[in-house]
Design a binder for this molecule. Structure first.
Ligand code: FES
Ligand code: FES
Length: 174
């Protein structure tokens, strides 16, 4: 006997697509449908729960919120979501490879024991990735020029880690 098609349940009502700001974060597409002025740092931390990006100051001076936007180092506390439509954002959570293998900078950080309290370190690592992309063989001055603050004073260890990562990345480009 032929089945009569059933009406769909009343709860399933077609909805218009919500407009918003499309971004790609760590390779995944997202649509921000909230306040366009929301700073990226709070979108990452409060909406996507990517808490590696840290809030360390209120005057764009500490670098704890450093992320990459289209491969360039940016401060997530200074960017609004409306300025980021169509952009690709990379946070510390997206730095490892597809199978979880650490980025050479992350690995060097472990090997040089660069992490003290850890608060500034995601930002330090993102800044180091940016530096090594621009300058595969950075001088001490280049490294000091990063300028991210560390209240624990891990600067000598960070310098060693960047030099270690620099060698690994030159010997074995990703
Ligand atoms: S939170 Fe300090 S520079 Fe962004
Ligand atoms: S490791 Fe503590 S603030 Fe940098």
């Amino acid at each position: 006997m032929q089945q009569t098609p059933q009406n769909p349940p009343a709860a399933i009502t077609p909805q218009p697509v919500r407009s918003g700001i499309d971004v790609v974060v760590n390779g995944e597409p997202f649509r921000h449908t909230g306040e366009p002025e929301l700073p990226l740092i709070w979108y990452l931390r409060d909406v996507l729960r990517l808490t590696g990006c840290k809030y360390g100051c209120d005057d764009a001076s500490c670098g704890a919120c450093s992320v990459l936007v289209d491969g360039k180092l940016k401060l997530a506390c200074t960017l609004t979501m409306q300025s980021l439509a169509g952009r690709r954002i990379t946070t510390i959570e997206g730095l490892a490879g597809a199978h979880g293998e650490l980025h050479p900078v992350q690995q060097a950080w472990i090997e040089e024991d660069a992490i003290l309290c850890g608060y500034c370190q995601p930002g330090q690592i993102m800044a180091a990735v940016d530096l090594l992309t621009r300058k595969p063989h950075p001088s001490d001055k280049d490294i000091d020029g990063i300028g991210n603050l560390c209240r624990c004073g891990s600067y000598p260890r960070i310098r060693s880690a960047i030099k270690r990562a620099s060698k690994v990345m030159r010997d074995k480009p990703r």
